[in-house]
Design a protein around this ligand. Structure first.
Ligand code: BTN
Length: 329
């Protein structure tokens, strides 16, 4: 979106007409250009009423994650200071991994045709209802372990969900659930140039396909009202950045207690699929590397990396993504 278009949006009001003269004068454009910009806004799903003498006013506007809106009023130093916005792409993670190594860049989209989750699962979402975003972080974090970044992101998003009024919990290693249903999934990946932390948050879906209704939920479903994706994204970026800087300064162990306080998995019986073996036991703890500490049935402790598939026993599955084989991931 050009500064002119953004300027026009700022001039338009719901409760009064803005005259063509005012638009032309303030934006220093002619009538023809004004008409072109209004047409562009209509294509972006703005509903605009035009009156031959009074001018124009907005009837309704879409909740699009346009960079100008996300950046305006965003209180961060690094995260989201540069945004790459796409109306539709394959996967924000794929784009971010190819894009740049500049820390803090955010890739966002209204719709993903190839959204991905862990273990090659699909991540599906209807257009302009979810937050689908990937944040570029420093490649040196790989040394720290991607698991810590995933949990840090989960903790940050969980804190925002709590502010919205939800009793959300972190399901190790990468989900946030409400009442056992998934409201957010996180996928952290890396290449030689950067670490990419991708998150999908279900915000304004009013329903899910029947095969997902037991597994997925949204902020709208839980609170019975629509929410501004822009405001929620801004809060996520601010919270995540605060936690991230604290993590760089003080380390990960500092966050462990909070992660445990909000854990859905702690104390639960789980099955852990590690390659060919299936281990059963109880979730005892999480360690300073973000690993799950399992008390094995029959005795012994085992530390589990996020590369293993962990399923909570006697629990309906809270997954938003399609499962490719495997049971109860
Ligand atoms: C999972 O449930 O296993 C993680 C899902 C992560 C989905 C997000 S949506 C934005 C980003 N782009 C992707 O393709 N995946 C992540």
């Amino acid at each position: 979106m050009t500064p002119e278009t953004f300027g026009l949006i700022k001039l338009l009001r719901y409760d009064a007409y803005t005259t063509y003269d005012k638009i032309c004068n303030e934006l220093k454009i002619d009538r023809k250009r004004t008409k072109d910009l209004l047409k562009y806004l209509s294509n972006l799903q703005y509903e605009i009423e035009e009156h031959p003498s009074l001018g124009v006013r907005i009837i309704s506007s879409p909740d699009l994650l346009l960079p100008e809106f996300v950046c305006s009023g965003l209180h961060t130093r690094l995260f989201g200071k540069k945004i790459h916005y796409y109306k539709k792409i394959g996967s924000t993670n794929d784009v971010a991994l190819k894009l740049s190594d500049e820390e803090g860049i955010l890739v966002i989209t209204e719709f993903q045709s190839k959204g991905r989750g862990r273990f090659g699962r699909k991540w599906v979402s209807t257009e302009s209802t979810a937050i689908l975003a990937s944040l570029i972080l420093n490649h040196k974090l790989k040394v720290e372990g991607l698991q810590k970044i995933t949990l840090l992101c989960a903790l940050s998003i969980n804190e925002v969900m709590r502010k919205v009024g939800l009793s959300s919990l972190i399901k190790w290693p990468n989900d946030i659930v409400v009442g056992g249903r998934k409201i957010c999934g996180i996928l952290t990946e890396a290449n030689s140039r950067c670490v990419v932390c991708g998150f999908g948050v279900n915000v304004n879906q009013s329903e899910f396909p029947s095969e997902l209704t037991d597994e997925a939920t949204s902020i709208r479903i839980e609170t019975q009202r629509e929410h501004s994706r822009i405001i929620i994204l801004q809060q996520i970026l601010e919270q995540f950045e605060n936690n991230y800087f604290e993590f760089l300064q003080s380390g990960f162990h500092h966050f462990l207690e909070k992660i445990k306080d909000y854990s859905f998995s702690l104390g639960k019986r789980v099955s852990v699929h590690t390659g060919k073996k299936v281990l059963k036991g109880e979730v005892l703890d999480f360690d300073e590397r973000g690993r799950l500490v399992l008390r094995k049935d029959g005795g012994g402790i085992r530390k589990i990396f996020a590369t293993s598939m962990v399923s909570i026993q006697n629990q309906s599955i809270a997954q938003h993504s399609d499962r490719k084989g495997g049971t109860n991931p």
